[in-house]
Design a protein around this ligand. Structure first.
Ligand SMILES: [Zn+2]
Ligand SMILES: [Zn+2]
Ligand SMILES: [Zn+2]
Length: 307
């Protein structure tokens, strides 16, 4: 990109920096490895969530209410029976870490008045966890660089297939037409993200499907789980807060039922367990009344301390 093309971008995108000498701005611009993507920093309007985790969505893959469903929960006026697709965000020392990009990502972040995610990590590649991926494209302007996205090789393959236009080499029509993404491969090893250690928790999501939960300090997020493999139990000891899949009262091949989730929560003995990925067969208040102390149905917007 030549200077002629850069200068209008700087003028349009960077009102705060325009008071610097132009030579300095151009030096900085050229030194930035993302210059080729035309990313220049802007200041987002956002709430400070440092030290907190917020459940952005606690619903199953079709959401609650489900389209066309006649059931009482889908007709309920109680906002706690209104569940967007499963996702969470953590306010870490060096920024906000978004877990998954649900189809409802935009509305979730607007609802919570959160204007930026500094990094994203994926549990698995099912559609209800990745479809909001394109909405990451505003964050590159707020960060001033591509959005770091942490995922395993299976998720990476799906993202590159489902969002091929993000990763291809074709010239983009304009700046910000697609998300600028830095993919960072993860495995089962703990990894440092935004100033904390994130420990992946291998989990089963049905007999033939593997997903990752994540532990940060004494908080763990385990959605889309049907079984905790033998080697993962030790990674979930001593928790203050556990977010755990509990789809519905009846058993399901790829998710925990309420009874199964209660049994696991009792064994793990986190101080507090919240259920997520709940279907419309779970009425928030009715089911909560049946749960043991320290175990509750989660809801969209629920927040708690990171410990
Ligand atoms: Zn799901
Ligand atoms: Zn329903
Ligand atoms: Zn899933």
């Amino acid at each position: 990109m030549g200077f002629d093309a850069i200068i209008p971008i700087i003028k349009n995108r960077c009102p705060l920096q325009i008071h610097k000498p132009l030579s300095k701005i151009l030096d900085e611009f050229q030194a930035n490895p993302d210059t080729k993507r035309g990313i220049v920093k802007k200041q987002p309007l956002t709430t400070d969530i440092t030290g907190k985790m917020i459940l952005l969505g606690t619903g199953t893959s079709v959401g609650v209410p489900a389209i066309g469903c006649r059931c009482p929960v889908c007709q309920s006026k109680d906002p706690r029976n209104n569940r967007t697709r499963a996702s969470a965000i953590l306010g870490l020392p060096d920024g906000n870490l978004l877990i998954d990009t649900s189809p409802d990502l935009r509305l979730q972040l607007l609802r919570e008045k959160i204007g930026i995610a500094h990094a994203v990590i994926f549990t698995h590649e099912h559609s209800d966890h990745i479809v909001g991926f394109d909405d990451l494209r505003l964050f590159q302007f707020y960060l001033g660089h591509a959005v770091p996205v942490y995922c395993n090789v299976v998720v990476e393959k799906r993202l590159k297939t489902a969002f091929d236009y993000v990763f291809d080499d074709a010239d983009k029509t304009h700046i910000g037409a697609t998300p600028a993404i830095d993919l960072i491969r993860i495995s089962h090893e703990p990894i440092s993200i935004l100033g904390v250690t994130v420990t992946p928790i291998p989990l089963k999501h049905g007999p033939n499907f593997d997903v990752l939960g994540f532990r940060i300090g004494n908080v763990a997020y385990c959605t889309d789980v049907s079984e905790i493999p033998a080697g993962s139990w030790e990674l979930l000891q001593g928790l203050d807060t556990l977010v755990l899949d509990a789809l519905r009262p009846d058993p399901h091949v790829t998710h925990l039922s309420i009874d199964q989730a209660v049994e696991i929560a009792k064994k793990l003995r986190a101080k507090q367990t919240y259920f997520t990925h709940c279907a419309c067969s779970i009425d928030y208040h009715k089911v909560n009344q049946t749960l043991p102390t320290g175990i509750e149905v989660g809801y969209d917007g629920l927040s708690f301390e990171l410990t």
